[in-house]
Design a protein around this ligand. Structure first.
Ligand code: AMP
Length: 449
């Protein structure tokens, strides 16, 4: 026999708060690594679309290389004396005894792939683009993470200066299309030979100033003298002004190549500045080097490069191509670009508005709504739902928040009658339509027919 429901007894004392659950502490993300949360998604999406569109319009094909590569790839390709290889790689030995590293940059693996797959035998240049995560165990600070994403293009197998210019142009133009104004800082560091001569001159000059150098700069003088030019030490600024300038050491071919690059940039209306101290940190660069910085009144913001690139005619042979492969490329740092996009377009982060909200009441109503939602979505209508909610009031509140102009409501009665209620959310009026014609009706109301 069913029991008669008993009236609930009111508790005569305030219940004690639920005991705090003991358990393991929550797990934190690893230092320098961050979640990319939905609030940022619209910026990432816009930047990805602009990057994809431009790359493909300019004939670049998508490539994705493995996150893990043999450590030797970076030691040979990027250079032993660079910050990346000396201090910043995530390197470890696998159970199989391989020495591997997480990808710190995109160019060396793409050149490895080009050689490995015999792309030397395809029509040149081979043009490739990527959008991939990179890992560098750098000191975390604003705009500097240990996992970050880069969008980049590489043009392999051709030494024409128009390609160097195309790289700087694409970096600058992608930013422009994503709503970020920038300036290309550009320089030439010549061929490997002219650069070696310049290096000797630079070392000879800085040796005479050795007593004025910081400990770090003394190390650079021995290991990687070109890096003295991008030293941030205050005493270095004066010393630099007197130092030999690379332009005076360039061979005639390098000079002519650089002049042509600048002429193409002039022609395309790219905003650029010559920077005689720009050398870039990686060993593989030759001839053109550039960085892209944002236009900003804030000096700290304007200094933080959004991307960089250049020509790297020496890389392929370091990686065992057996013959020269002239190439050039660039990479933009996605997180840094997104920070600038947020400033330039604060409204882009707002949730997208939906045209119609599908509400339901009761189990049968919910099943029908489940199907109608898919029908609307499949016909290209921007619909929203809260199918897990039961109360119609809660559903209508969500519909209002989403800015839906129309609601389709299906309850038990509508299921039985084969109908649906179509509600004008602004006017508060509603009508009953044949459930089979809901999509057609909504399309008509949205002017999509
Ligand atoms: P690079 O590969 O060093 O030439 O860097 C190209 C671009 O990637 C830089 O201009 C930055 O925008 C971005 N980038 C480099 N290192 C980091 C990092 N640790 N965190 C965030 N972005 C970075």
């Amino acid at each position: 026999m069913p029991m008669k429901p008993q009236p609930m007894k009111k508790p005569d004392v305030t219940p004690a708060p639920a005991p705090v659950k003991k358990g393991p502490a929550p797990i934190q993300p690893i230092r320098g690594m961050r979640d990319i949360l939905p609030a940022e998604a619209s910026y990432w999406k816009k930047l990805y679309r602009e990057a994809e569109q431009l790359s493909e319009d300019y004939g670049y094909e998508r490539i994705e290389t493995p996150v893990l590569e043999e450590t030797a790839l970076y030691v040979r390709g990027v250079g032993k004396q660079t910050d990346i290889v000396e201090k910043e790689m995530y390197s470890f030995d696998t159970a199989g005894g391989e020495h591997v590293s997480l990808r710190p940059e995109g160019t060396a693996p793409i050149m490895r792939s080009y050689i490995h797959h015999g792309m030397l035998n395809r029509p040149q240049p081979v043009k490739l683009w990527y959008w991939s995560p990179m890992f560098r165990h750098d000191r975390p600070q604003s705009g500097r993470y240990r996992e970050f994403w880069q969008f980049g293009c590489e043009s392999l197998g051709d030494d024409d200066p128009v390609l160097d210019a195309q790289m700087a142009f694409l970096a600058w133009k992608t930013l422009k299309n994503a709503g970020v104004e920038s300036v290309v800082q550009i320089n030439s560091i010549g061929t490997l030979e002219s650069r070696a001569n310049y290096k000797n001159a630079l070392v000879a000059y800085f040796r005479t100033k050795r007593h004025k150098l910081s400990e770090d700069d003394k190390k650079r003088l021995v290991k990687n003298p070109l890096r003295l030019l991008d030293s941030k030490e205050p005493e270095m600024q004066e010393l630099k002004a007197e130092a030999p300038q690379i332009m005076d050491w360039l061979d005639e071919d390098s000079k002519a190549h650089f002049m042509q690059v600048l002429e193409y940039l002039d022609e395309a209306g790219v905003s650029y500045q010559l920077d005689p101290y720009l050398v870039r940190g990686l060993d593989y660069y030759t001839m053109t080097v550039f960085e892209v910085t944002p236009v900003s009144d804030n000096a700290d913001v304007a200094k933080l490069a959004l991307g960089g690139g250049g020509r790297y005619d020496g890389l392929a042979e370091l990686l065992g191509s057996g013959r020269p492969v002239p190439a050039c490329g660039f990479a933009l740092g996605i997180e840094r670009v997104v920070t600038r996009m947020k400033e330039a377009m604060p409204d882009l982060g707002a949730p997208e508005k939906r045209d119609v909200f599908v509400a339901q009441l009761g189990e049968q109503g919910r099943k029908k709504a489940f199907a109608i939602f898919e029908e609307l979505r499949g016909s290209g209508i921007r619909a929203a739902e809260a199918l897990s909610k039961k109360a119609i009031k809660a559903q209508m509140e969500i519909a209002n928040k989403m800015g839906a102009k129309w609601a389709v409501i299906i309850g038990q009665k509508e299921v039985l009658d084969g109908t649906a209620i179509v509600r004008d959310m602004d006017a508060g009026t509603q009508e009953i339509v044949d459930a089979r014609k809901v999509v057609q009706e909504i399309k008509k109301k949205l002017g999509k027919e």
